[in-house]
Write a protein that binds this ligand. Structure first.
Ligand SMILES: [Mn+2]
Length: 328
């Protein structure tokens, strides 16, 4: 263990000193997770370091088209040649090692790269920067100081990470730093219109059907400041949808005038409810998620509640309404 650093040079040195690195990220990987893994793999390659990207869950549909995504391996356990054939593990945006869904990663030194505030600093090197707009921007910084030039594919993967985590440069983390990095990525060949198609125009029909089911449950509370939607096992069944088909649905209720916070409750297996939270401005949903053992950012967070949807809904809304000081 070592104390956290925001200096990309420390992380770059750690990666460059490796012979073969196993790169991984969190379960249900999003654009930042996948984009950051791929740019890290690209950087490793340019530094002469072998790498394997090894995930517990598949990438969302559109991201399978990202350059290099075909080389990502998805499995329930670590590779058979782990740890013998590797000398480093690199985790991308995992606040805790358990988020990877793998056990035994600590048999090797871990390079921990993340921008979540609650990161547990579990690595031998902890490159942590909660002001980074995306984990992909952090690895992009490593690339730009490395002395090797990112190619268009690497820039594209970094742009996917950055535009995903900033909600297409609309969230509060769309800072000057985010736009500066985006400008560099485009200069190196990232194509925003291609990335937008991958992220926004690769939905499955089932996910649009699930969207209809979820939106039909819309309820406004707290004088219209809170919007709640849900998808229960019946909704998943009727839509023919998978857990990965829930992405983006939460952004529609977020667009309602006057809404400050959105809750999306999802249940596809007995006794477990996944909760996504979004908010605008200073409304902090991370603390609400944290009260249930989850985490995230001020305006985007999530948690898992070990109960069926109805009970989880009561618990979650009670906590959120207290945090927004709702009177009605
Ligand atoms: Mn992220």
């Amino acid at each position: 263990m070592s104390s956290p650093t925001r200096d990309p040079r420390t992380a770059l040195r750690c990666l460059a000193d490796a012979r073969r690195v196993l790169i991984t990220s969190h379960r249900s990987p999003d654009g930042d997770a996948i984009g950051t893994e791929l740019i890290c793999a690209a950087l490793a390659g340019r530094l002469g370091v072998d790498s394997v990207v090894w995930n517990r869950d598949p990438a969302p549909a559109g991201l399978a088209e990202l350059p290099g995504a075909g080389s990502i391996r998805v499995a329930n356990a670590l590779p058979d040649d782990f740890p013998a054939a590797y000398d480093l593990v690199a985790t991308m945006e995992c606040p805790g090692l358990d988020r990877t869904g793998f056990e035994g990663l600590t048999r090797l030194p871990v390079l921990n790269i993340d921008h979540h505030r609650e990161n547990e600093a579990f690595g031998v090197v902890n490159y942590l920067d909660e002001e980074a707009p995306a984990a992909g921007e952090m690895v992009w910084r490593m690339f730009t100081i490395s002395g090797v030039q990112p190619d268009a594919d690497a820039a594209t993967c970094a742009f996917v990470a950055l535009s995903t985590d900033t909600g297409d440069f609309r969230y509060s983390n769309a800072t000057q730093r985010a736009f500066q990095a985006a400008s560099e990525m485009v200069a190196y060949g990232a194509r925003p219109e291609q990335v937008a198609q991958w992220i926004h125009e690769r939905r499955s029909a089932a996910s649009v059907r699930l969207m209809a089911q979820a939106l039909a449950t819309l309820e406004l509370r707290c004088s219209g400041r809170i919007a709640v939607i849900q998808a229960d096992p019946g909704a998943f069944r009727r839509a023919g949808a998978h857990p990965s088909d829930t992405e983006d649905i939460i952004n529609l209720p977020r667009s309602i005038a006057g809404v400050e916070a959105v809750v999306f409750l999802k249940q596809w297996e007995p006794g477990i409810t996944r909760v996504s939270l979004r908010s605008k401005g200073a409304v902090d949903v991370r603390s609400v998620a944290a009260a249930f053992g989850g985490g995230g950012h001020t305006n985007a967070a999530g948690c898992t509640v070990a109960s069926d949807l109805g009970a989880a809904r009561e618990l979650l809304l009670a906590r959120l309404e207290r945090s927004l000081e709702c009177t009605t």
